[in-house]
Design a protein around this ligand. Structure first.
Ligand code: NAP
Length: 232
């Protein structure tokens, strides 16, 4: 019997919560996982210690392009089946957009929209033909579903992410990569709030089911954790 070749993933922003559980779940399913964090130690290092040789940690501040380029250099020769950007921030809460300070606007847009796409552009050369390039989005980024108030800056940043991902998918339409924007459901994390209905441990196995099921699918899709299309 021939063994299935080991699949390899790079997860950007895996220090805690959804990203951490994603790295752990992939390792549990036999993937070789490279997971990034801004700071050493912590829960991700504990996971790496639990999966020796299978889950490795790299240091990355995603908003620093020179660090992304250096990571790409360190990973030369790897053939990724999955490049997944999970990192994002939420600032501003229920502030109406005209009350958002410039610095906060710039930080959220940089982190949630520009840096993920810069990372994809810088690292896509590591993804093998037929591999998947994915970003954690949110249904909060859906323009058509934006019928309730609140979270104006965060929603705008995820809508910008989605739009930039569509431009990316158009520009790289023929590269043979599966392209996904994922809504992981509303989860109990500092970002999602304590009252959210799901935990990362409940959501992420379903997200990974979607990632595995979509492997090889053409074009760009915006899917939730159940594999259903999220309206743009
Ligand atoms: N929670 C929800 O209900 C929900 C719903 C829909 C979508 N999402 C999306 O799911 C993803 C994860 O959410 P979460 O709830 O797990 O958030 P979280 O607990 O706040 O974790 C965010 C992760 O992003 C990392 N990160 C933030 N800025 C970064 C940067 N500049 N460079 C590198 N890493 C950075 C954080 O690293 P540090 O530990 O270093 O800060 C952390 O690992 C996000 O994209 C979020 O928008 C979440």
């Amino acid at each position: 019997m021939s063994a299935t070749p080991e699949r390899q993933a790079l997860i950007i922003g895996a220090s805690r919560n959804l990203g951490l559980v994603l790295a752990d779940e992939l390792a549990r399913r036999g993937w070789r996982v490279i997971a990034t964090a801004r700071q050493g130690g912590g829960e991700l290092q504990e996971k790496a210690d639990a999966w020796p040789g299978q889950l490795t940690v790299e240091s990355l501040e995603m908003n620093r392009p020179e660090q992304v380029a250096a990571l790409g250099e360190r990973l030369q020769g790897h053939q990724l089946d999955l490049l997944f950007v999970n990192a994002a921030i939420d600032r501003g809460g229920d502030l109406p957009i005209d009350e958002v300070p410039d610095e906060m606007f710039n930080e959220v847009m940089l982190t949630n929209a520009l840096s993920p796409l810069r990372a994809l552009e810088a690292l896509r050369g590591l993804v093998r033909p037929g591999g998947t390039v994915a970003v954690m989005s949110s249904r909060q980024g859906s323009i058509s579903l934006n019928t309730r108030g609140g979270f104006e800056l965060y929603k705008a940043s995820k809508a910008a992410l989605n739009q930039l991902m569509r431009s990316y998918a158009t520009r790289h339409a023929d590269d043979g990569h599966t392209k996904l924007l994922i809504h992981p459901g509303h989860n109990q994390t500092p970002l999602g709030g304590a009252g959210a209905p799901l935990t990362p441990e409940e959501s992420i196995p379903q997200v990974v089911d979607v990632l595995e099921a979509q492997a090889g699918a053409p074009g760009l899709q915006f899917l939730d954790l159940y594999g259903k299309t999220v309206p743009w």
